[in-house]
Ligand binder design. Structure first.
Ligand code: FE2
Ligand code: FE2
Length: 408
């Protein structure tokens, strides 16, 4: 018997033990022969390793010799710049570096993000140059919470509410209801038969997952318009969604009970940046320039430059919207998970953000990977091989979800 990473599993091998999902539900019994459909379902549910009778030897094809050397060197150069503030000696980061080169090579992601045009000649890099960049918190008009979230929370918190009551609230927004049904019927969940009503979706998937989807979709909809010269909404959404998906998969592998909460935390982790882009575009533009000039991440200089960081903004926003602290903590501390009351959950979002930035799955404004807390590896207990497998699953799920969420 041997455990085989899902991305190396081949059709035709025999399962040596039962495979169960995070909730202990039997997915496939011992003795069955693995098919392509089984592999697809394992991916959807984030199963990282499969026990099989004859352990397969890892046979990663050596594509290096088939690669265009010039393009490969350019890709490696780009990735080195992106990793400039990260110690690549750790085996996990070394594996992530290689995955970043492979993915960016394959997808032609050679272009560096961040402002390309030079700063004006008279621009002074000195942070005390007198430019009006500092923003007082009182200047920031935080948007109101989407109405549906408070209505929804009221009905969910009522112990007498039925799945019909919950569905009725969501159905008040027909476009949200239609989108939710598409998501629950997609490969993201992988149910064999069609779920044709929200009430049924609530009873099958459960209020926790529906709640996560209602909250995250409603909030992302608030920020559907952004200054185009600063950030592309679709690209930002891709970064957010990829981080949510990877956080959810890592939480499942760590056997955490609230995988849906990690999905929402990952999805909303950079929501504070959207406040910059939307309400303070001039300062945000300056911030992006200065990050690139100084070689620091945007996160590292935003407090000095603007007086407040995107995670502080997120903290105020989530408090104003009365979202649970357990959700907010992983967002507020996603750059410094060791300071979170729950460093494991914050560490998962931190790890996911680092990985998504490395591979260039979307973009949130950072031109390099923000600093990584190395203690995260032990804290979240995810081996490098498992992270690579989780990234592969994320890319697969991302294609499905991204297509659905273009309708936001
Ligand atoms: Fe961030
Ligand atoms: Fe991010």
């Amino acid at each position: 018997m041997g455990l085989v990473a899902l991305d190396q599993l081949q059709e035709g091998v025999i399962l040596s033990e039962d495979v169960r999902d995070i909730n202990g539900r039997l997915m496939l019994s011992k003795g069955q022969q693995i098919t392509a459909n089984h592999i697809r379902i394992f991916r959807i549910w984030g199963i990282p390793e499969i026990p099989v009778d004859a352990p397969q030897r890892s046979t990663p094809a050596d594509h290096a010799s088939q690669k265009n050397t010039e393009k490969l060197l350019k890709t490696e150069h780009t990735v080195k710049k992106i990793f400039q503030n990260i110690d690549t000696h750790h085996p996990g980061i070394a594996a992530l570096f290689k995955a970043a080169v492979d993915h960016r090579y394959e997808k032609d992601l050679l272009v560096e993000f961040g402002p390309q045009e030079p700063l004006a000649d008279n621009f002074k890099l000195d942070l005390s140059s007198g430019l009006k960049t500092q923003i007082a918190f009182s200047e920031i008009q935080l948007p109101e919470a989407p109405e549906i979230i408070s209505d929804y929370n009221k009905v969910v918190e009522d112990p007498l509410s039925s799945s019909n009551d919950i569905a009725d609230v969501v159905n008040r927004s027909p476009s949200l209801a239609a989108l939710l049904l598409k998501v629950v019927n997609s490969a993201f969940y992988g149910f064999p038969s069609k779920i044709d009503s929200l009430a049924r979706a609530v009873s099958i998937i459960g209020t926790k997952d529906i709640n996560a989807l209602v909250t995250s979709i409603s909030i992302m909809r608030l920020f559907h318009e952004m200054p185009e010269d600063l950030i592309d909404v679709a690209t930002f959404r891709k970064h957010s969604l990829a981080c949510g998906l990877l956080s959810r998969i890592l939480a499942a592998q760590r056997k955490l009970p609230h995988t849906e909460r990690l999905f929402v935390s990952g999805l909303l982790h950079d929501i504070g940046r959207l406040v910059w882009y939307r309400y303070f575009p001039e300062q945000a533009k300056l911030l992006l320039y200065m990050a690139k000039r100084t070689g620091l991440s945007v996160y590292e200089i935003e407090k000095e430059c603007l007086g407040i960081s995107h995670v502080q903004i997120a903290g105020h926003l989530l408090k104003k919207w009365k979202l649970p602290l357990s959700l907010a903590n992983s967002i507020v501390y996603h750059h410094r998970p060791s300071r979170s009351p729950d460093p494991c959950e914050a560490g998962i979002v931190h790890m996911a953000d680092i990985a998504i930035n490395a591979l260039g799955l979307g973009h949130s404004g950072e031109h390099i990977i923000p600093r990584f807390e190395a203690a995260t590896w032990d804290r979240i207990g995810v081996a490098p091989g498992i992270l690579m497998s989780a990234i592969g699953q994320t890319i697969e799920q991302l294609d499905v979800m991204e297509a659905l969420l273009t309708e936001l």
